[in-house]
Design a protein around this ligand. Structure first.
Ligand code: ADP
Length: 253
């Protein structure tokens, strides 16, 4: 079954967001099916991060709607309730550019904090799962390290494990490799690619076009707060239809 035949996991329609006079999102439509990998590309300032943050409730759009299969249905033209916000936040986990690990916690403490203290799951179970996830990303022997003792790539892998430990339906990656030294980018992209191959649903903002070509089911090109064009990687990179897409790709490829 191709991803587009499955139930949509998430459907955003007409998302608008302004910061003061700056209209950053001007009507974004975005659908994500279960198991689908969508890569968001576009120039800096085009609104990609604001879209991601809106999908997990870190930003509240001023207009439009967001439906997540299984219990989230928000109309942003009326005030969003705390309950809606929490319900939305529960569905996804975000991996940030700068991992945002707690510096004074060990690796293991960083991973278990959300599932144990926030979600209230039994500590033994959470610790066992954290260890197994850390082993999966090659960090079995680093659970007692503090973030500053790890390389940037290792820190980012812990950030990914911390997201997985929350058991989200959806993973959101905001430029997960852009703060890394070039030689560390590959190890992080490999982990994300493995998760994609396992069937995780994800939206990834990245400038790594080779990753988009290999891992994405669909690439969405944004510019100026709108989706200019979207399609399968081969189509979007190989035969873009819109002039704006062609100009952007010519600059970065
Ligand atoms: P991208 O991820 O494509 O680079 P962003 O979504 O980060 O774009 O930003 C789009 C625009 O929104 C930028 O002009 C940015 O300065 C502005 N912006 C983003 N977040 C805020 C905020 N919290 N307050 C004010 N302006 C913001």
């Amino acid at each position: 079954m191709s991803p587009t035949e499955r139930m949509p996991l998430l459907r955003a329609a007409g998302l608008h967001k302004s910061f003061g006079d700056n209209e950053v999102l001007r009507g974004i439509d975005l659908t994500l099916h279960r198991g689908e990998v969508v890569v968001l590309i576009g120039p800096s300032g085009s609104g990609k991060t604001t879209v991601l943050r809106s999908l997990n409730g870190l930003e509240t759009p001023d207009g439009g709607s967001l439906v997540v299969d299984g219990g989230v249905d928000i109309d942003f033209s009326v005030p969003v309730t705390q309950r809606q916000r929490f319900a939305l936040r529960d569905r996804s986990a975000m991996v940030f550019q700068n991992h945002n690990l707690f510096p004074h916690f060990t690796v293991l403490q960083n991973v278990i904090e959300g599932p144990w203290r926030v979600q209230g799951r039994p500590k033994d179970e959470v610790v066992a799962e954290a260890r197994s996830l850390l082993a999966r990303v090659g960090l079995a022997d680093r659970e007692d390290a503090r973030p500053h003792e790890l390389s940037g790539g290792q820190q980012q892998r812990v950030g990914i494990v911390r997201a997985l430990a929350l058991h989200p339906d959806l993973l959101l990656f905001d430029e997960p490799t852009s703060a890394l030294d070039p030689e560390l980018v590959g190890e992080v992209l490999r982990v994300i690619k493995e998760l994609a191959d396992e069937g995780w649903s994800m939206v990834v903002v990245t400038h790594e076009l080779s990753f988009a070509k290999e891992a994405a089911d669909r690439v969405v090109f944004m510019d100026g707060g709108v989706v200019v064009e979207e399609g399968a990687p081969a189509q979007l990179f190989g035969a873009p239809v819109q002039e704006r897409t062609r100009r952007f790709l010519a600059r970065i490829m």
